[in-house]
Design a binder for this molecule. Structure first.
Ligand SMILES: Nc1ncnc2c1ncn2[C@@H]1O[C@H](COP(=O)(O)OP(=O)(O)OP(=O)(O)O)[C@@H](O)[C@H]1O
Length: 268
């Protein structure tokens, strides 16, 4: 007998988000992320990927349908520190040391100081930054800042990690290293993760599935299983199996994207 599929962790049903100015960012979006799954989300610019993450974090309300995290409203899941967010910008407070930045979520939650310190030590060790605990963010490279941002997200041991293009601003080699790091952390703790990316290779490298959203308003137009063995590392990107899945994702993404104005010009 095969094991039953893990329970849904994040579940969106008929989700729509319309902003006060009238922009419809998402419409009729159905999506399930199972517990312990790492799901990559890709779609044309402006299709509502960040909006979906913001709804999942309880930072934006749905205007139609709904989204639950572990069966409860996202704001409740966030209040019990079960959800963490990593943004493209590391958003470290410049006047605080790395250690003070990493322990901030626990400080805000009024966790006892000794516990804050122990958890921040462990999180910094996890991302290889222990020796920079006392450093100011300004003294670090972009990749190190992003590592610290990851440590700050993981310090609460979240059940669900939301990643919004976290390595998008980094050079290719640093990005590769950080993807390997993220995979290593996920293999260790098996939190559920929803990762937005603009890179097809990154989506296939990270995801158990790659979900493709259509152009605005965003809804799911393809849900592609990534049948590649784990553990995975960036070196896998050159393999023929990888290339075949990436080609499928690319084709679905191209079909989902609005026409490129330069194509239209070329045809006239
Ligand atoms: N607070 C807001 N008020 C009004 N419109 C918004 C707001 N936030 C986002 N939008 C609009 O909603 C749409 C979806 O935005 P969103 O940032 O979710 O897309 P995205 O897929 O993450 O884009 P990108 O890939 O370029 O980062 C866009 O048209 C954006 O301009």
């Amino acid at each position: 007998m095969t094991d039953p599929a893990p329970a849904p962790h994040l579940e969106a049903r008929g989700l729509g988000v319309r902003f006060p100015g009238g922009v419809q960012a998402l419409s009729g979006l159905d999506l399930v992320v199972r517990r312990g799954e790492l799901l990559a989300l890709i779609g044309p610019s402006g299709c509502g990927k960040s909006t979906l993450l913001r709804v999942a974090a309880g930072l934006a309300p749905p205007s139609e349908g709904g989204l639950t995290v572990a069966g409860e409203a996202p704001a409740r899941a966030r209040a019990r520190r079960a959800v963490a967010f990593v943004f493209q910008d590391p958003t470290l407070l410049p006047w605080r040391s790395l250690h003070q930045n990493v322990r901030l979520p626990l400080e805000l939650a009024r966790v006892p100081l000794a516990e804050q310190n122990a958890a921040a030590d462990a999180a910094l060790a996890l991302v290889g930054l222990s020796e920079f605990a006392a450093a100011a963010p300004a003294a670090l490279s972009g990749g190190m800042k992003m590592r610290a941002s990851l440590a700050r997200a993981l310090v609460t041991r979240p059940e669900l990690l939301l990643l919004d293009e976290p390595f998008g601003a980094l050079d290719e080699l640093t990005r590769e290293r950080l993807n390997d790091e993220l995979l290593r952390l996920w293999e260790r703790d098996r939190f559920t993760a929803l990762a937005v990316t603009h890179s097809v290779a990154e989506a296939v490298l990270l995801g158990d599935r790659v979900v493709v959203l259509s152009g605005r308003p965003g809804r799911v137009v393809a849900d592609i299983a990534v049948a590649l063995p784990r553990p995975r590392r960036a070196a896998l990107v050159g393999s023929p199996e990888f290339a075949a899945i990436a080609a499928e994702v690319r084709a679905r993404l191209r079909a989902a994207a609005p026409p490129d104005p330069s194509d239209l010009l070329a045809r006239t």
